[in-house]
Design a protein around this ligand. Structure first.
Ligand code: NAD
Length: 494
């Protein structure tokens, strides 16, 4: 790597003012991949000031021209997809097919968001007065603070940063501490695509030293956050006190419902992919199966056999199906939940321990784990574990499954397997989650539909889809009076 890993501030790659750095590790084997700045509030301030300076001119660049830069970034992402996917697998562990999908989401979002440059529709409406024009237009908010997690290190930043830029905002980006390198590649690509200095700034560092100062900074108008619910709620409380807008995408505890008439082969395949892909570390991961009692045993046999057969290893190896967890701390957390599940009386039928055979001992691997006879209100069935741990809960019918699904603190994704069209439509209506899948697992969102969750997963915003500009724009209503005299609304025409 010719370029050192520095912060990007005002178009220059610079070290943290303190000069401090932290190593970035490959979770499959502990290898150090690079040293990244360990920044602080003073670096955040530099970045916000640079962004504010850039805003004056960037907001006046015509939206179709801003969008062309984003489009070029999409083309560069596509050109370098394989290389970026490999870097991502090295940095955070998921297998190459999945990291390729992550980069593809960034490509899709770049092309989709770029289209907004020539849409970004406002609304015109008749005035109640003669000789008066009335319309509403979207305007950028200013400096957008972007705080992201490590599990989709390119897709999630792209959902936030690209629409924000097309809308005419400037950005200060604080990526996750476990995936700084992908953020660095993404920023380099936007720079190469022609983004002017200061429009995107990147500050590497921890949540406490960079994330919270970004939330607190008076120059930052909006925070767009994706991460855990507890951190998100803390940010929202702080931002609320400061009167700032916050868009939150937080945790999940997503259920697959399997009814007695389901195609069990298809359901098993979907459950294994949703529960153990990215080693269970997706916000949309399936961590609960709510299965009709009549097919419980048959489904459990298939899921258990499938989980035991999954091949763990370095995600760069083509034969690997499941990579490592993100770090040793996450392995401890997952194992703590497994011990809790046993204490709670659930029956462990697959996995349940660290995976340490041979080369695996060098990394943060955990066995795909399945519990059955889990009570619907057990902690392993209601708390987000964020690892390869699946709880199977027996239900008597669809109504009970919907009730359990909707009782969750979280409301991101849900799924139902049945061949009964009436029950499909009842589930589509009644499942209280931001995303519902029918005869498909809980993962697989496409970027041109709104993405987000209800209850503890979000705060009412949706990213992507036709809602993609909402967190990053304000509405301005404009009245143009061309009568040449004073026309008083509500008074002169009534
Ligand atoms: P996390 O909440 O620990 O961290 C997310 C980001 O917030 C990181 O950049 C982190 O450095 C920063 N941060 C941490 N403490 C902070 C603070 N006090 N102030 C400001 N910033 C702070 O989450 P994670 O472990 O990186 O990611 C996993 C979580 O993300 C899971 O809960 C998962 O469900 C969630 N997630 C949600 C979605 C979604 O779209 N709903 C998508 C992916 C991940």
């Amino acid at each position: 790597m010719s370029q050192p890993f520095d912060n990007l501030i005002g178009g220059r790659w610079v070290r943290a003012r303190s000069g401090r750095t932290v190593p970035n590790h490959n979770p499959a084997n502990g290898e150090v991949l690079g040293e990244f700045p360990s920044s602080g509030p003073e670096d955040v301030d530099d970045a916000v000031q640079a962004a504010l300076r850039a805003f004056d001119s960037w907001r006046l660049v015509p939206a179709p021209k801003r969008a062309e830069i984003v489009y070029r970034a999409g083309a560069l992402l596509r050109e370098r997809k394989a290389e970026l996917a490999r870097a991502m697998t090295r940095e955070m562990g998921k297998v190459l097919a999945e990291t390729g999908g992550d980069v593809q989401e960034g490509i899709d979002m770049a092309f989709y968001a770029a289209g907004e440059g020539r849409r970004m529709h406002g609304v015109t409406t008749p005035s109640e007065m003669r000789d008066k024009w009335a319309m509403s237009v979207r305007v950028p908010v200013g400096v957008v603070g972007v705080i992201t997690p490590w599990n989709f290190p390119l897709a999630i930043p792209s959902w936030k940063i690209l629409p924000a830029l097309v809308a005419g905002n400037v950005v200060v980006f604080k990526p996750a501490t476990d995936t700084p390198e992908l953020a660095w590649h993404f920023a380099r690509i936007l720079e190469e695509a022609g983004l002017p200095p200061g429009v995107l700034n990147v500050v590497f560092g921890s949540g406490a030293e960079v994330g919270m100062p970004l939330v607190d900074h008076p120059g930052v108008a909006v925070i767009s956050f994706t991460g855990s619910t507890d951190v998100g709620l803390g940010i929202a409380a702080r931002a609320g006190a400061l009167g700032k807008r916050v868009s939150l995408e937080m945790g999940g505890k997503n259920a697959v419902i399997v009814l007695e008439d389901a195609d069990l082969g298809l359901a098993t395949e979907a459950i294994l992919w949703s529960a153990f892909g990215t080693a269970g570390q997706r916000c949309t991961a399936c961590s609960r199966v709510l299965v009709h009692e009549r097919v419980h045993d048959a489904l459990l046999d298939r899921v258990t056999a499938g989980a035991r057969a999954l091949r763990l290893g370095d995600g760069l190896e083509p034969s690997t199906q499941i990579g490592p967890l993100i770090n040793p701390g996450q392995v401890d957390r997952v194992h703590g939940y497994v011990e809790l599940g046993i204490e709670e009386g659930a029956e462990l039928v697959a996995g349940g321990g660290r995976a340490t055979a041979g080369e695996l001992a060098r990394g943060s691997f955990y066995q795909p784990t399945v519990f059955t006879r889990v009570k619907a209100d057990a902690r392993i069935a209601i708390e987000e574990i964020f690892g390869p741990v699946l709880s199977v809960v027996k239900v008597a019918d669809l109504a009970e499954a919907v009730q359990i699904n909707n009782a969750s603190r979280f409301g991101l994704s849900s799924s139902i397997f049945t061949r009964d069209v009436n029950r499909v439509f009842a589930a589509m209506r009644d499942l209280a989650t931001g995303i519902v899948y029918v005869n498909h697992g809980t993962t697989g969102a496409e970027i041109h539909l709104p993405f987000g969750g209800m209850r503890g997963t979000g705060n009412g915003h949706r990213e992507a889809g036709h809602t993609l500009l909402d967190p990053f724009t304000e509405w301005k209503s404009i009245y143009v009076d061309f009568s040449g005299r004073l026309q008083r609304a509500q008074i002169d025409n009534n």
